[in-house]
Design a binder for this molecule. Structure first.
Ligand code: SF4
Length: 293
């Protein structure tokens, strides 16, 4: 039997006709396939459907954020880090701000903390959980999820010229986990140029290399002595205090504590402007590990 003899459809097994028509590209292919290997047609259909559903999944895959930096840490150049911006937050304190995450590039943040390799992203911060400190970040939750999504290709790398397209008018928290001083300052300065406002906190404010962050970040201070020192150096600061401590001149309690306003609407923690008369911020120690403060 040859292809031309199969032109009468009555001679073709009925099941073949149930095959989706789009499988048949031309009559010639159709009859050749039926004649030669009918079973393979079904396999091909199944494969086609599977392929199409995979393609659908790929098309539906949503990019949840952007990779801004992959490279050496400013805080420990022997380690590689990654900086990622995610677009949303369910954190009631910050409100729905975009979030900048600074994470060890090749180590899960929980492992990095356990092995004390979090110095690449947190520097000398004494609140690090790896040092038994009171850091309130639940590393196994959001930082871990963001790192896993990054490893699965969920975030698109972008360069500074693309920032305007993605971040214009956005309100962003620099350092939802990790210290902004860990990444190149020009990245933060470029973000600052586009965003509507930002919040930021650095424990590296004593370091010469971090002085360029004064205009976009608060100094994170952990006691009154550091608060005075930071002021002398020209920083506005964010001081964590025990509830029985007194406010210094030039300080206010974080308005989130006193009024319930979220950071997205408050926006006070955005560094120091020239001749800035705004006050520095004090927050009572908080979080599940506050007893370690
Ligand atoms: S002072 Fe404002 S921006 Fe800073 S932590 Fe409090 S609510 Fe957020």
């Amino acid at each position: 039997m040859n292809i031309s003899e199969l032109k009468n459809e009555d001679e073709v097994p009925y099941t073949i006709f149930e095959t989706p028509k789009k499988v048949w590209k031309t009559d010639e292919v159709r009859y050749a396939t039926i004649y030669e290997t009918p079973k393979k047609v079904w396999k091909t259909v199944a494969e086609t459907i599977k392929l199409q559903s995979v393609n659908k999944k790929v098309k539906k895959k949503k990019l949840n954020g952007f990779v801004l930096y992959e490279g050496k840490s400013n805080l420990d150049p022997s380690q590689n880090i990654v900086a990622i911006v995610t677009s949303k937050s369910a954190n009631p304190k910050t409100g729905n701000m975009a979030q900048l995450w600074i994470l060890n590039k090749d180590i899960n943040p929980m492992t990095a903390s356990k092995e004390k390799k979090d110095n690449a992203v947190c520097g000398s911060c004494i609140l690090r959980q790896s040092l038994g400190g009171a850091c309130y970040v639940t590393i196994f939750q959001a930082p871990n999820k963001v790192w896993k999504t990054y490893k699965n290709g969920g975030y698109k790398p972008i360069d500074v010229p693309d920032y305007g397209n993605h971040f214009s008018g956005v309100k962003m928290r620099f350092g939802a986990y990790g210290d902004p001083a860990a990444i190149p300052t020009h990245i933060l300065a470029s973000l600052k140029a586009y965003v509507a406002n930002n919040t930021s906190y650095t424990h590296q404010w004593k370091e010469d290399a971090a002085q360029g962050l004064k205009t976009l970040s608060m100094a994170s201070v952990d006691n009154v002595g550091e608060a005075k020192q930071a002021t002398k150096k020209g920083w506005r600061y964010f001081r964590v205090a025990k509830e029985d401590e007194r406010l210094l001149k030039g300080e206010i309690i974080c308005p989130n504590v006193t009024t319930g306003v979220s950071c997205i609407d408050c926006g006070l923690c955005n560094g120091a402007k020239p001749n800035d008369r705004r006050k520095s911020i004090v927050i009572p120690v908080h979080g599940a590990r506050k007893n370690k403060f």
